[in-house]
Design a binder for this molecule. Structure first.
Ligand code: NIG
Ligand code: FE
Length: 402
């Protein structure tokens, strides 16, 4: 752990200097080495209240109330996990086991979690979210988005969003995860519910609206109708797009100016061009390809085309039961053609872009003081030392929480 040279008191009033940082990722290209990471060697950071007050060369650091020695280790912005599904109950170990013996993944498994989630008490859902968030925080995640989508009734979807909203501002209404089992024979009636009574109950608790646009879930026309209805209620769109097959999801995301098209595993050249000429971020979720033994999304192709890429966990009990952004960084570097610098950028600044936020994902004056200290001299170790718990300190909104 970092050595506290003078005792830290309440973060809300005092200023704290973190010094002796071997490598600081700022994500401000005007700082340090001039790359997108804005890497500063022998750096220091000043935290004041919940914000970054100063970032720069440690020899120029201003005087502060408190001082923390980072011990020649690396500091980077807290991870921004812009895609997770944490409000659920139950477990799908059996399904995972079957998959590892060769059975393919399909959207149908979602029904298992819907049944368990509907049967759970509010306290059980709350306890689950708390537990997975604590896991994520220990691994350096300081901002996360999370979704409903395992309730699929007006009551259960709005309940999920209320639970989520107690933990984050980045709450997403995903009533259109799959057609609720009760509506299997009449999907149009389910779309009417999702865009009508369910939307009315859910919109006050969410910032975003999402649709699983996929064979076996919702087609392009249904997805457009659902997202357009959400937009009319002040929710901003994001889409589960092109995960299991080619389809209209990515182009629809661009058409509707969605903040993010998520998964992007099966892309045509047209899809890549559409993303490159938009401000829609491609959010890649390698935990899902890992846990479903699917082909990897081609991050290199997207980056070379000029697309903004985010990396997130997709944490959910079916397709990606990991809360670890460092694990996703390692996968993205090993298997998706990303450099360590690109993967770290995507898991911090990229996630912020996918949430259309400029106050997180960077270590620059005015941003929230969300920081991760690694027990390593460089952020590259996140990919170089896969599976090793390198996160040894976390500050969230200026407070040391790990
Ligand atoms: O992002 N693709 C849709 N939803 C989740 C999986 C949900 C599940 O299998 O429970 C995903 O991969
Ligand atoms: Fe997802």
């Amino acid at each position: 752990n970092a050595t506290t040279v003078s005792p830290a008191h309440s973060a809300s009033t005092a200023s704290t200097l973190i010094t002796n940082i071997a490598a600081l990722v700022t994500n401000d290209p005007s700082l340090g080495d001039g790359t997108p990471l804005g890497l500063i060697q022998d750096a220091a950071v000043v935290i004041e209240g919940d914000r970054i007050a100063w970032t720069g060369d440690q020899s120029k650091a201003p005087a502060t109330d408190n001082r923390i020695d980072a011990g020649g280790r690396a500091v980077l912005p807290g991870f921004v996990d812009s895609h997770s599904h944490l409000v659920f109950a139950g477990d799908r170990t059996q399904e995972f086991n079957a998959r590892m013996s060769g059975r393919p993944y399909s959207a149908g498994g979602i029904r298992t979690t819907v049944a368990a989630t509907r049967a759970a008490t509010d306290e059980e859902l709350e306890a689950n979210v708390t537990r997975y968030l604590a896991e994520a925080l220990r691994q350096g995640t300081t901002t996360f988005e999370t979704k409903s989508g395992y309730g699929l009734t007006t009551h259960d979807e709005s309940r999920a969003l209320r639970v989520a909203a107690r933990h984050t501002d980045e709450v997403t209404y995903l009533g259109a995860h799959i057609v609720a089992p009760e509506f299997a024979e009449d999907p149009a009636a389910y779309v009417a519910l999702v865009t009508g009574e369910m939307l009315d109950a859910c919109a006050p608790h969410a910032r975003w609206i999402d649709v699983f646009c996929e064979k076996g879930a919702f087609d392009g026309d249904q997805a457009r109708a659902i997202l357009t209805a959400g937009k009319a209620r002040g929710l901003h769109p994001r889409i589960h797009a092109n995960q299991l097959s080619y389809g209209p999801g990515v182009r629809l995301a661009v058409e509707l100016d969605a903040a993010s098209a998520d998964h992007c595993t099966h892309l045509t050249d047209e899809d890549v061009d559409a993303l490159a000429n938009s401000r829609t971020v491609a959010t890649l979720l390698p935990g899902a390809e890992f846990s479903t033994r699917a082909e990897w999304p081609d991050a290199r192709r997207l980056l070379d085309a000029g697309v903004t890429v985010a990396l997130s966990t997709d944490c959910n009990p079916g397709s990606s039961f990991t809360s670890s952004v460092p694990f996703c960084i390692a996968l993205a570097v090993r298997d998706m053609g990303m450099t360590p610098d690109e993967a770290v950028w995507s898991a911090t600044a990229g996630g912020a872009a996918a949430l259309r936020r400029t106050d997180i994902g960077r270590v620059t004056p005015g941003a929230y003081a969300d920081l991760t200290l690694l027990d390593a001299p460089s952020h590259v170790h996140l990919a170089y030392r896969p599976g090793v718990p390198l996160v040894s300190g976390v500050w969230r909104r200026g407070e040391r929480v790990v």
